[in-house]
Design a binder for this molecule. Structure first.
Ligand SMILES: Cc1cc2nc3c(=O)[nH]c(=O)nc-3n(C[C@H](O)[C@H](O)[C@H](O)COP(=O)(O)OP(=O)(O)OC[C@H]3O[C@@H](n4cnc5c(N)ncnc54)[C@H](O)[C@@H]3O)c2cc1C
Length: 376
């Protein structure tokens, strides 16, 4: 993507084929999916040919093109594409870090064939923002790990096949990959306001789950840094997904404001209505620009921690406020389950919590600009 926003041929092709897929194979069935509340697993199969190969690098030392991924993240937001698919794509970045070659190949092939949903489980009942001081433990027993503890408020535990779990291993944190079929692994559901499909939000109880040492992701005791690196770039993609949702909401509100009349004229003629949306557009556009800058920096191996935290923290607030203003534009008609605004409002609200709250993003930026000794 150029600075002026123009896509190159490859980016254009991927964006257009994704949009075409959504228009033909997703949008017509969306209402049905929502009614049934069952995540359509067929979607991952469809994506296997369409785009999964461009979203994962088989070699951990070779980066995927994050700008292409970002374009997809934004489009996914516009189409309200299911979060289990969106998040799987981002947590799949951990697969190339599995050290054991046979296990790595097995799970990457399974993912590329569209046969697996991956979730990242680091939050616990007693530890959220403070993701380091966790209680989940993985004890060494011969070449295996014995995993015990509980993760909660996690996306997709009831839908996933593969769980990337953070656990204390003696001197630090490690990431272990657990397979749904492992004995003692019990995903559970939490009903909540934001999610659309059954199993999309909940926790995982781990009762002495035997995880072979070959399922270690990255190095033992060095998993915290790996997790933070993955989450840092994932935050930009979450921000772009939120921006995509907000763009959809604003476009709908603009059309509505031109059509809806009050006091004998279209409500867009009232500055209170049109300036509010104009301001949201300006903010959304500035976050979009910052997000793609952060992704271009990622592609070039530059430090983008300030930009990433800003896109997640500030960007998700901007997106949520824009959706709220769009809902306001529709008046009472927006405050109804028959309007997409209600859904967009709930989903975009969740982004102010998942993957780190805006407070935590400010903490990241403060530590960067003041240094650890002079920041909260
Ligand atoms: C929609 C959604 C999706 C999620 N998906 C996942 C997932 O896939 N995997 C997963 O593991 N977890 C997931 N989570 C959990 C999420 O990561 C946590 O909710 C988040 O990290 C905050 O933790 P907490 O809820 O325990 O709040 P707490 O950490 O208890 O924080 C409570 C409040 O205190 C503030 N606070 C805490 N510490 C500080 C500080 N140092 N400085 C300033 N303010 C602070 C927070 O900003 C917040 O407002 C998800 C949550 C939601 C809502």
């Amino acid at each position: 993507m150029e600075l002026n926003g123009k896509l190159n041929d490859e980016e254009e092709l991927i964006k257009n084929s994704f949009d075409e897929y959504c228009e033909k194979n997703y949008v017509p069935y969306y209402e049905e999916y929502l009614r049934n509340r069952i995540f359509p697993r067929k979607i991952m199969k469809d994506l296997s040919e369409l785009l999964l190969p461009s979203t994962i690098s088989l070699d951990k030392d070779e980066k995927v093109d994050d700008v292409i991924l970002g374009i997809l993240s934004e489009e996914m937001g516009k189409y309200e594409f299911p979060l289990p698919a969106f998040l799987s794509i981002h947590f799949s970045k951990l697969l190339p870090y599995i050290n054991d070659e046979a296990i790595r190949e097995k799970y990457i092939n399974q993912y590329l064939a569209g046969e697996s949903i991956i979730c990242g489980a680091y939050t616990e009942p007693g530890h959220g923002s403070d993701a380091y001081h966790i209680a989940t433990e993985a004890r060494k027993s011969g070449s295996d790990y014995i995993l015990s503890g509980e993760k909660s408020f996690v996306s997709n535990p009831g839908i996933s096949d593969i769980y990337m779990i953070s656990a204390r291993t003696g001197k630090g944190i490690s990431i272990l990959m657990a397979d749904r079929s492992m004995d003692g692994l019990e995903p559970y559901e939490i009903e909540n306001m934001a999610y659309l499909f059954r199993g999309e939000f909940g926790g995982i109880r781990m009762n002495n789950v035997k995880v072979p040492g070959t399922y270690l992701v990255g190095e033992e005791n060095k998993g915290f840094k790996l997790l933070m690196d993955i989450l840092s770039i994932q935050r930009v993609h979450v921000g772009l997904y939120a921006i995509g949702i907000a763009e959809g909401a604003l476009n709908e509100a603009i059309e509505y404001a031109k059509m809806r009349k009050a006091f004998g004229m279209p409500i867009s003629k009232f500055e209170a209505v049109s300036f509010r949306l104009a301001e949201d557009m300006a903010k959304i556009e500035s976050i979009r620009t910052l997000a793609y800058k952060a992704l271009a920096m990622e592609n070039s191996g530059m430090d983008n921690s300030i930009e990433s935290a800003a896109v997640k923290g500030y960007g998700c607030e901007v997106a949520f406020n824009a959706v709220s203003d769009a809902l306001q534009t529709l008046g009472a008609a927006g405050y109804s389950k028959t309007s997409s605004m209600e859904r967009k409002f709930r989903i975009s609200r969740g982004f102010l919590l998942g993957d780190g709250t805006p407070d935590i993003q400010k903490l990241i930026i403060s530590r960067k600009i003041f240094g650890r000794d002079f920041s909260p």
